[in-house]
Design a protein around this ligand. Sequence first.
Ligand SMILES: O=C(O)C1=C[C@@H](OP(=O)(O)O)[C@@H](O)[C@H](O)C1
Ligand SMILES: C=C(OP(=O)(O)O)C(=O)O
Length: 446
Amino acid sequence: MSGHAAPIPMTARRSGPLTGSAEVPGDKSISHRALILGALSVGQTVVTGLLEGQDVLDTASAMRAFGAEVVRHGAGHWTVQGVGVGGFAEPLDIIDCGNSGTGVRLIMGCMATSPITATFTGDASLRKRPMARVTDPLSLFGTRAYARSGGRLPMTVVGAADPVPVRYRTPVPSAQVKSAVLLAGLNAPGETVVIEAEPTRDHSERMLKGFGADLHVEDTAEGRVITLVGQPELRAQTVAVPRDPSSAAFPVCAALIVENSDISVPGVSQNLTRNGLYTTLVEMGADIEFGNPREEGGEPVADLRVRFSALQGIEVPAHRAASMIDEFPVLSVVAAFAEGTTIMRGVKELRVKESDRIDAMARGLEACGVRIEEDEDTLIVHGMGPGGVPGGATCATHIDHRIAMSFLVLGLASQRPVTVDDGSPIATSFPAFEGLMAALGADISR
Ligand SMILES: O=C(O)C1=C[C@@H](OP(=O)(O)O)[C@@H](O)[C@H](O)C1
Ligand SMILES: C=C(OP(=O)(O)O)C(=O)O
């Protein structure tokens, strides 16, 4: 939803150790895709563990607007009666994707090769984000887009009546761009090919295969080559959504920096295209056990046990950035409590998320007494050691859930409390955040 409710300031304070079990919600990326692929399938898809954050609820509303029957039966339990590839109806009203880049970009992709027109908008954050990265490749299929200047929302997309398949090399490492092209390719005859220099999250590929698409992936000298044969009949599936490693990052990082903490976080996805934060934390000296590795919902998962740890700053290589792109804000908080310097390279995509996350983290960390350095593509945090961060500031969150949660995690371990000016965006990805953190013993108040 694009209307932004009244801001909700929130304050985090030091408390005793964090203990207990943190059952984080379903994966946001997989939840969007379960609804979208369900809508593009023939038959009834059943989803369990769906993330009921606002981003995903907005995608559910959009799928209804395109003609799918999307029904909630209970917590996380949803069904989608699909219309099949090429079966989308023209929406009668504007599609409002709220705060969600994933929602709007994937939905543009899946309507782009149908002979229908749709107008998209979003909240003040989404209306600032670049959409040409998606509409440029979609134009190769024959799709037309009429945007506000700078390729911003609101935007009207006119689907190609007679689409041609596309071969496209993504110019930025982005699973959203890759996925938009693959979803558009579903309704184009022949082979659509996407080449990505650096692999990004692969949920679309895994799930498209699971729904019966003819798709194969090859790692070559020019990068990862994904080939999809258009106009399949996708078949409805049962999707058990695994828990979100990006949401798990908040209790995990809090436990690492709040003295004497010891928590467990069960069933967290360990997909290699998503687990860069966990690799990085272990390299920093984090005490994390990865127990009971298994497969759930087509994804590798493990039960995590996380204890307060003495951490060392490290250099995070640029090639790892895509596998932890949403976790850099909270990593920069953890880095402030490490000994020594943490250098995060290859992070310029953070500048076009819900906010400019390099700038938002840099300004807030400075306000909390942490020394940082930044350039266009790099963030450097000078660690102050366990207990060494002064805090005592109010940090601006810029309608960005991850910035809000990151500074609240910081306030749980800093010398003085930390306030965020607006915690309401947390509901886009992690509505249970406050309750879950309180159950671990965290002191976060409104
Ligand atoms: O495809 C997805 O589900 C996502 C891809 C990433 O964005 P980019 O593709 O823009 O990097 C990520 O930041 C976002 O939270 C979810
Ligand atoms: C970048 C994010 O999401 P989106 O691009 O879907 O808005 C995020 O959840 O951190």
